[in-house]
Design a protein around this ligand. Sequence first.
Ligand code: FO1
Length: 321
Amino acid sequence: MSTLSFPGKVVALSGGIGGAKLALGLDRVLAPGQLTVIVNTGDDFRHFGLHISPDIDTLLYTLSGLDDPVRGWGRRDETWTFMRAMGELGREGWFQLGDGDLAIHVERTRRLAAGETLSHVTDFLRRQLGIGSVIVPMSDDPVATQVETDEGRLDFQHYFVRRHCEPRVTGIDFAGADEARLAPGAAAALADPDLALIVICPSNPYLSVDPVLAVPGLRAALRAGRAPVVAVSPIIAGQAVKGPTAKMMTELGRVPSAAEVARHYAGLIDLFVVDEADAGMDAHMDAGAGVRTVAAPTLMRTLDDRMNLARIVLGLAGVRA
Ligand code: FO1
């Protein structure tokens, strides 16, 4: 699909790695400014006195081609002198900040301390990295994803990185969500009269999408316009492509399946895109979750896979629920 053949604007909700793959596909098949990605900031935290926004940085690196394809986070061709030097000072090394990556954390922290909003800093960074799509945080106010586990309540990065997602999850909270205001750029994109499609990218529904949906007003904004809401399943044949989604679903007493994710989004979405491996469950899904499903190749290994899935999702814009 050429960039000119899709009329109207697109909004994508995304967390980190999985969501960023589809966001990249959409960015590549749409024209500059046609796509706005609303990004989860529940993973944000302060480390070494720096404000770290992991999911925003995954989007920045992925859409600018600076991402490290193996690690899935941080910059490619990274060096680690800073972390070695911090180790010599006795500082902990469980959260790795590469020398190149450090520039974004230092510059973001400086700008925030100077009074800029996270939205403004993010817009400066995406323009500086030559990204045509708009990237906005879900909120400029602090929201902290906290994971209730059998080891107690853990901040997100302690659960995800320090403890490698090993603790058993019994619940998830988004501290500060009730007081958080929808970021101006997110509200504007969702109210844009040219908005033709809303995409919930295949990020972890419980850890990465739910914090975005927890920002007051966001759910209503998703349903307010005419644009259909299409979600892409992060679960393929009962497995997560990457990360703790399936493990977490089991621990939360849910079946790790695409059908369960559809039920999680029921009432919010018009269409649910499942992998061809899960095509067989259409009837059950329609019955169970009241959500219409479409089967497509959703495993994104290459840039072409990302662009093909993006084209398929864009093609659903005309389908009314
Ligand atoms: N993930 C890791 O597993 N280990 C790390 O040391 C690590 C460092 C890191 C630094 C900056 C950044 O933006 C992300 C980083 N991540 C690391 C990934 C991060 O925990 C995840 O990207 C999200 O929080 C979950 O999507």
